[in-house]
Design a protein around this ligand. Structure first.
Ligand code: PEP
Length: 257
């Protein structure tokens, strides 16, 4: 049985005050909402992880970073290593399409980050997804299989179940145009199949696969209800406390159903 996981990716948003207000609202709002059956991970900007950690202590809410470097330390100005995140975080997003697109992250770089995360006891949320042109060219399956295989190349069998995969079609991110639930489930199945080829079906069955791309409280049920989908990576809707609380509540209800 896989524990559903909802993660909120705040991206490069919020001032310190806004971030603390949002964490406080989420902590207060989720209390008593019966969401213990799912993992809820907040991924604020790295600067806010320290103060946020105080707010979420003993609440059941978890923290994740939005990125990490593949190396543990060294001359990489401005970067943050997985080793530096371990005190505050239990998760780290790696290979988000915005990192691949704007910061030149290749499949190999993403694989290095996955390895770094696992080396330091962080659970990587490995993002994969096809662009619109790739989808239109019928290349979705090939792109996803390539990204998944590359990202998991350095993963040892004993760490596989610690990893989460987020299937995020690029055209659905921030566009208000979410993928169709059935199609997202098909691609999640493909991801599990690809992992099954590498690690065996039983291992692959332990990996949680999220859908991401314009998920809100209005459509989460369509995704969480799919057999291969175990949660969502949420961008814009994770910045609105009420929406995110409602989204988590619906996901938890479905999980318990
Ligand atoms: C994301 O940033 O990973 C994402 C899915 O964003 P949004 O929910 O805003 O589409």
């Amino acid at each position: 049985m896989r524990t559903p996981i909802i993660a909120g990716n705040w991206k490069m948003n919020t001032t310190y005050d806004e971030a603390m207000d949002l964490v406080e609202e989420l902590v207060d709002g989720l209390e008593g909402r019966d969401v213990e059956e799912i993992d809820i991970v907040l991924c604020p900007p790295a600067l806010w992880l320290f103060p946020a950690a105080e707010y979420v202590e003993d609440t059941g809410l978890l923290l994740g970073a939005q990125n990490c470097h593949a190396t543990d330390r060294g001359a990489f100005t401005g970067e943050i290593s997985a080793a530096m995140l371990t005190d505050q975080c239990s998760y780290v997003i790696v290979g988000h399409s915005e990192r691949r697109q704007h910061f030149g992250e290749t499949d190999e770089i993403v694989a290095g980050k996955v390895a770094a995360a696992l080396r330091h006891g962080l659970r990587p949320i490995v993002c994969v997804g096809e662009g619109l042109a790739e989808r239109d060219a019928g290349a979705t399956d090939a792109v996803i299989a390539r990204q998944v295989s590359a990202a998991f190349a350095p993963v040892e069998d004993g760490h596989v179940a610690e990893c989460v995969v987020a299937y995020e079609p690029i055209w659905a991110i921030g566009s208000g145009r979410a993928a169709d639930g059935v199609e997202a489930n098909r691609v999640a199945g493909l991801i599990r199949g690809t992992l099954g080829e590498q690690f065996g079906a039983a291992r692959a069955a332990q990996i949680r696969i999220q859908y991401g791309g314009s998920v809100t409280d209005a459509n989460i049920a369509e995704f969480i209800g799919q057999p291969e989908i175990d949660g969502a990576l949420v961008g814009g809707a994770s910045l609105k406390a009420e929406t995110f609380i409602q989204l988590c509540t619906i996901a938890a209800g479905k999980a318990g159903a």
